[in-house]
Design a binder for this molecule. Structure first.
Ligand code: SAH
Ligand code: SF4
Length: 349
């Protein structure tokens, strides 16, 4: 057995690797053994189901200025919109009608400005659709998160983006890594199923940084783990930067599956934007969630976090119709239920 195979076997057996071993796997030219091991662990811990979550991008207004993001406040060429509560509810009804069990409301960070409206919206979605509700609306204080939980929200997604405080500070003119992590702790305390993750291929990010990112996810016991390649966006300070690669992203996803076992890991849109076939490869390298976009077409065209994102919406109907067959081809089945993280013990065979 060569050293790469040995480290893969250790990860598959124990779910534990030292930082240097993680780096060794990330640096290896061939990631195929790693991805096969992740696929086996995925089958063992979370089975063949690919959970579907319907995504609604509710607003492109943002008060923050993250250097990588097309929706940053300073991007005057970004088109801005806010869906009305009725429009959002209609999308949620479509998600329900398509048979999905979860709605994800995502948007730029608007703070408390829209909190009252949002609380009412969460209550209405719960009462009228009974969907599991995931929010991804950035940093809020404890009271706001608590009010959202009380209104019926079940889950919250908040990526820490990078665990390296220097890179975090360089890319976020406002906000600190410490507060981001504090928000994740608040969310967990309140009983949200919590999602986090990071960007791959940020300027100055090393493989050691990525190993630390993966270990932080494990340490925080995050339930849903979204990682994706950074894709440079025009009209942002990082325009023209090389960005993350498909191969490195797939290796990171595989490592996350091996080291976290029973988490929910989406095959993220950004990966599919870089290479359409890559999302299927991600499902075969540890991932078990897809998030089809239900944002109305006109708004979706303006939700340009990175180039190419908006184009995904047009494929929704075809994508959903083809999904059971596409997934069957790789031995998988679509999951229409809420798809909470279940304990490894329940899932051991
Ligand atoms: N405003 C919220 C949610 C919307 S942004 C928040 O920031 O938490 C959702 C995610 O998009 C971010 O967490 C970030 O990881 C990702 N993102 C932003 N710009 C990106 C880019 N240029 N390439 C790839 N992903 C990006
Ligand atoms: Fe706003 Fe989120 Fe983009 Fe940062 S990543 S600028 S918080 S939408």
């Amino acid at each position: 057995m060569n050293v790469i195979d040995e480290i893969c076997a250790k990860a598959e057996r124990s779910g534990e690797l030292a930082p240097a071993e993680i780096v060794e796997l990330l640096a290896a030219a061939d990631g195929s053994a790693l991805m096969l091991a992740a696929d086996r662990v995925r089958q063992l811990y979370v089975g063949a189901t690919v959970w579907l979550r319907g995504l609604i991008e509710i607003s492109s207004y943002c008060r923050r200025n993250c250097c990588y993001c097309g929706l940053r406040r300073g991007n005057s060429s970004a088109a801005r919109y806010r869906l009305t509560p009725d429009e959002i509810l209609e999308c949620a009804q479509q998600i329900k009608a398509a048979g999905l069990g979860t709605v994800v409301l995502q948007g730029g960070e608007e703070g408390d400005a829209r909190l009252g409206e949002l609380l009412e919206l969460v209550r209405r979605i719960k009462a009228e659709t009974d969907l599991t509700i995931t929010l991804s609306l950035g940093e809020l204080d404890f009271a706001a998160y608590r009010a959202l939980k009380d209104a019926g929200a079940d889950r919250y997604l908040l990526r820490f983006e990078t665990s390296n405080p220097k890179i975090y500070a360089a890319l976020h003119p406002e906000g600190t890594l410490a507060n981001r992590l504090e928000c994740l702790r608040r969310l967990k305390t309140l009983g949200f199923e919590t999602g986090s993750g990071f960007l791959i291929g940020l300027p100055a990010q090393t493989l050691d940084d990525i190993a630390a990112d993966i270990r932080l996810l494990k340490e925080l016991d995050i339930d849903m783990i979204g990682v994706g390649p950074f894709i440079a966006c025009p009209d942002t300070p990082l325009a023209g930067e090389p960005g993350g690669s498909v191969e490195l992203t797939l290796k990171v996803m595989a490592l996350i599956r091996l080291l976290t076992r029973d988490t929910n890991i989406p095959a993220t849109t950004a990966l599919g934007v870089l290479e359409p076939a890559a999302r299927r490869r991600a499902l075969q390298a540890g991932c078990n969630v897809l998030m089809p976009v239900f944002t109305p077409q006109t708004a979706a065209a303006s939700y340009q976090i990175y180039p190419g994102k908006a184009a995904r919406r047009r494929e929704l109907e075809t994508e959903l119709a083809a999904l059971p067959t596409d997934l069957a081809a790789i031995g998988r089945v679509p999951g229409y239920g809420p798809g909470f993280r279940i304990s490894a013990m329940q899932n051991e065979r």
